[in-house]
Design a protein around this ligand. Structure first.
Ligand SMILES: [Zn+2]
Ligand SMILES: [Zn+2]
Length: 394
């Protein structure tokens, strides 16, 4: 619990309290009036963080509402931050740039040529989101979305590897030399791309939870079905037995049995509705934090050739995590490395971005024509708004 204790000590000092560390995972806090009011403590409070609560000390742990109360002290602070990553090791010499590119680029319908590489800084965005999924059970978690605004690449694996490094490294504000010149994604295109990535990531995270919920729904549905099928069968048998009989009593019995069958069917439908309601999943996603990060990179320039056209793209190798980012993507999520190149404007898209039209079977570029097939006008079946047009900087 010493991490929590250090966090609380730091937070209290930032809010003007005098803090003294005591033995046995305890803190003594001399709190200001606003702090006393926000946390419900006396002026001189003793806090305990250990597994054995001591007398006269307020026990603080991760349960209960302590984190919410501490969180209220932050208000909107810490939502946005910028920092520069420095790594003390000398830049890694790249002895075989073409081999690195060979592993990073997968262009089934185009060729590429290495043009040059230089050391520079990349301006990256790392966004953190919290999600909670609620049905008959609850799942919560955090997801991170990363972009290289200088090249337009999605930093999925790069961010995953960089996060522990960020936690370890000393915080440093970006200096002037690290800030690259103008350039970056259009805000609207970036927002659309973030939404698509977030949706994809949260679906991945929740997949086991969804599967388990579906399994429970299936199990409960089978049980409800079995129970009502037995009741229904029994009624039908009784009706069959009454079929050949005559007289008032038989008629009344038949009528009663028919009403029972209707009631069983109604109850079965109501039970199914209950189950659907009970197992429905509600997912809430909330933005937590944006980090603008300036990182040293080796920027590769590559010429992409398709038929008679050619286009230059930048690709950053991140020495801090020894990883090449995926190529930029004009249509699609851009997480994988495979890109098809279009004939018209040499857009780089995921393979689905050049797929044949479902109606006229002619392939078409979703980045050139986002809404519908240019030949026959059939609307695109998948969300094609995830284009990230961008102006590469320097
Ligand atoms: Zn195109
Ligand atoms: Zn078509």
């Amino acid at each position: 619990m010493s991490e929590l204790r250090d966090f609380v000590a730091d937070l209290m000092e930032r809010h003007g309290a005098a803090v003294e560390m005591l033995e046995g995972d305890r803190l003594q806090v001399l709190a200001s009036l606003p702090l006393q009011a926000a946390l419900g403590w006396p002026e001189l409070a003793q806090l305990s963080f250990g597994s054995k609560p001591s007398e006269h000390a307020i026990p603080i742990d991760l349960e209960g509402d302590w984190l919410d109360r501490f969180g209220s002290l932050f208000r909107e602070n810490g939502r946005w931050a910028e920092r520069q990553l420095t790594w003390t090791d000398a830049p890694q010499a790249l002895c075989d740039p073409e081999r690195l590119l060979d592993r990073a680029l997968d262009l089934p319908n185009a060729v590429w040529r290495f043009q040059g590489v230089r050391a520079t800084f990349a301006r990256c965005l790392i966004l953190a989101f919290r999600y909670s999924a609620l049905s008959d059970e609850k799942r919560e978690g955090l997801v991170w979305i990363g972009f290289n605004l200088s090249t337009g690449a999605v930093l999925d694996e790069v961010v995953a590897r960089m996060r522990p490094l960020l936690a370890r490294e000393q915080w440093r504000a970006p200096d002037h030399a690290a800030r690259p010149g103008a350039g970056g994604c259009e805000p609207a295109a970036l927002e659309t791309h973030i939404r698509a990535l977030l949706d994809h990531q949260i679906r991945l995270e929740l997949e086991p939870f969804l599967r388990a919920t579906r399994r429970r729904l299936e199990r409960d549905r089978n049980r409800v079905h079995e129970y009502h099928a037995d009741l229904h069968d029994a009624s039908m048998k009784r009706l069959a037995a009454l079929a050949g009989t005559e007289g008032e009593k038989s008629q009344a019995d038949r009528r009663r049995e028919q009403l029972r069958v209707v009631a069983i069917e109604r109850e079965y439908q109501a039970k199914l509705d209950d189950l659907r309601h009970h197992h429905a999943i509600r997912v809430v996603v909330e933005w937590v934090q944006t980090l603008e990060l300036y990182v040293p990179v080796q920027r590769f320039y590559v010429i992409i050739r398709r038929r008679k056209g050619e286009r230059q793209i930048p690709l950053d190798w991140h020495p801090s995590v020894r990883l090449m980012e995926p190529p930029p993507c004009d249509w699609g999520l851009g997480i994988d490395r495979i890109r098809l190149v279009c004939d018209e404007k040499l857009h780089l898209t995921e393979p689905a971005g050049q797929a044949p039209c479902q109606s006229c079977t002619k392939p078409w570029c979703r980045a050139c024509h986002p809404g519908r097939c240019p030949r026959c006008g059939t609307p695109a079946t998948r969300n094609s708004g995830i284009a990230s047009r961008q102006t590469p900087s320097n």
